[in-house]
Design a protein around this ligand. Structure first.
Ligand code: FDA
Length: 403
């Protein structure tokens, strides 16, 4: 039987980084993954360029960019391993990068740069890497000197003093996502916060969506909100129309907060006083209402919007005050109830996961000594924009230091 200080299951962002750090701390590490290719999610991330972290992350206020049943859980790890720490590593490896939007850092060339960097770090730590290799079973065993974990794998049995589960969430099953992390958590008596797709496009009943389906591909900046009062969340980002519903950064962000049956509200012309502009136009313009709207909206959307009500299908000077006021109100508060999401097939992440109440925020160790959970498998979900990778790096670092 092979024996290691640490066995890490999952060679994605969190598992690779944890393996490299632990190895370089002098621990004897085995990293196991069932996938044919290493770190597929890093490879497809950020449109192939990897949005590897975000400069605008305040670890003292994690609820600003993270959700979960206890958003403060991630404070300790995020403040001990910060975006600047990861940026320093990226610089040491000579990887060129740039800031795109709202603090988001992307590689200049390709996400492959980051995979190579993480593999080099594993190499420097003398990590043993078995991939592809399936893990069939995991058992806790009592041994002299404390509990150990025994794994039955495709390449034979192995034993570790510590077992780190870094198998991520359920999103994008076709590149190897499984519920392995949740199964192991349950096996050892840990609670799971029910997983759900997050950072995911929203869909609408086909009859409701018929008037907008022709707008697929159209994108515009909006303000989007869901929830009431204390639970209200709002984002100012781009919205994208699709054949089945809505996507784009605005919708991906709000989807993490949206709950089934609740409406989302969209201001299609944020910062524009549409009512005042239409009143002014009514006094002086001969244009059709749709053509007036095209001053602030893409013209395809302006046409589709005006087509919804005969009272809006006329020159603005001939439209009633009431019709124009209703039009302005609907544009500023377009309220619609999604019938669902595009699911794990399209979700960038999985919200929910291993309940943080069963984990140490210092070491990611569970109430089962020697068993740790890191990365997306844990009930910590970041906003779009590099926050999920930063959680993967920070939780992996805290775990490696704690072993
Ligand atoms: P990750 O999913 O990276 O790794 C899990 C590993 O476990 C995989 O290698 C898998 O093969 C392995 N595994 C699963 N089940 C197993 C089993 N039963 N046995 C053995 N191995 C098993 N985030 C961000 O911050 N910036 C970005 O630009 C993007 N972009 C992006 C694009 C797309 C299309 C997606 C789907 C996601 C993103 N993300 C992102 C999210 C980000 O990719 C994600 O949060 C991290 O990869 C999570 O890292 P983990 O290591 O926890 O899981």
């Amino acid at each position: 039987m092979h024996s290691f200080d640490v066995v890490i299951v999952g060679a994605g962002a969190a598992g690779l980084f944890c393996a490299g750090v632990a190895g370089q701390l002098g621990l004897n590490v085995l990293l196991v993954d069932h996938g044919e290719k290493v770190a597929e999610k890093i490879r497809i991330s950020g449109g192939g360029r990897c949005n590897f972290t975000n400069r605008d992350l305040d670890p003292r206020a994690p609820h600003r960019h993270y959700l979960g049943e206890n958003p403060n859980f991630c404070r300790s790890a995020l403040s001990r391993y910060t975006p600047s720490d990861f940026v320093a590593l990226v610089r040491r490896h000579g990887i060129p990068f740039h800031e795109k939007h709202k603090g988001q850092l992307f590689g200049d060339r390709s996400a492959e740069d980051f995979i190579r960097m993480l593999l080099d770090e594993c190499g420097a730590g003398g990590v043993t890497h078995w991939q592809p290799c399936t893990v069939q079973e995991v058992h806790g065993v009592e041994a002299p000197g404390g509990a150990r974990y025994e794994l039955a794998t495709e390449r034979g049995p192995v034993q570790g003093r510590h077992l780190v589960i870094a198998t991520g969430g359920l999103s994008i099953p076709k590149i190897g996502a499984t519920d392995f992390g949740y199964r192991i958590a349950r096996q050892f008596g840990l609670r799971i916060v029910p997983p759900r797709p997050a950072l995911v496009p929203l869909t609408f009943a086909s009859a409701d969506w018929a008037p907008y389906a022709q707008l697929a591909g159209l994108s515009l900046p909006v303000a989007i909100a869901t929830g009431e009062k204390k639970s209200r969340m709002e984002f100012h980002e781009d919205l994208l129309f699709t054949h089945r519903g809505l996507s784009g950064p605005a919708v991906l962000q709000i989807s993490s907060y949206w709950r089934e049956g609740e409406p989302i509200r969209i201001d299609l012309a944020p910062g524009v006083d549409v009512a005042a502009q239409l009143r002014r136009a009514k006094a002086s313009s001969r244009k059709l209402v749709a053509n007036e709207l095209a001053a602030w909206l893409p013209s395809r959307l302006a046409d589709a919007w005006a087509a919804q009500d005969p009272a809006w299908q006329r020159p603005v000077g001939e439209a009633s005050d009431k019709a124009l006021a209703t039009l302005a109100e609907r544009l500023a508060r377009w309220s619609l109830v999604p019938d669902g999401t595009e699911g794990y097939r399209k979700a960038e992440v999985t919200a929910g996961g291993v309940d943080t109440r069963g984990l140490s925020s210092q070491t990611m160790e569970s109430s089962q000594p020697g068993l740790h959970f890191i990365g997306e498998a844990v009930d910590v979900t970041g906003w779009l924009g590099g926050y999920n990778f930063q959680w993967a790096w920070a939780s992996a670092w805290a775990c490696a230091q704690g072993i």
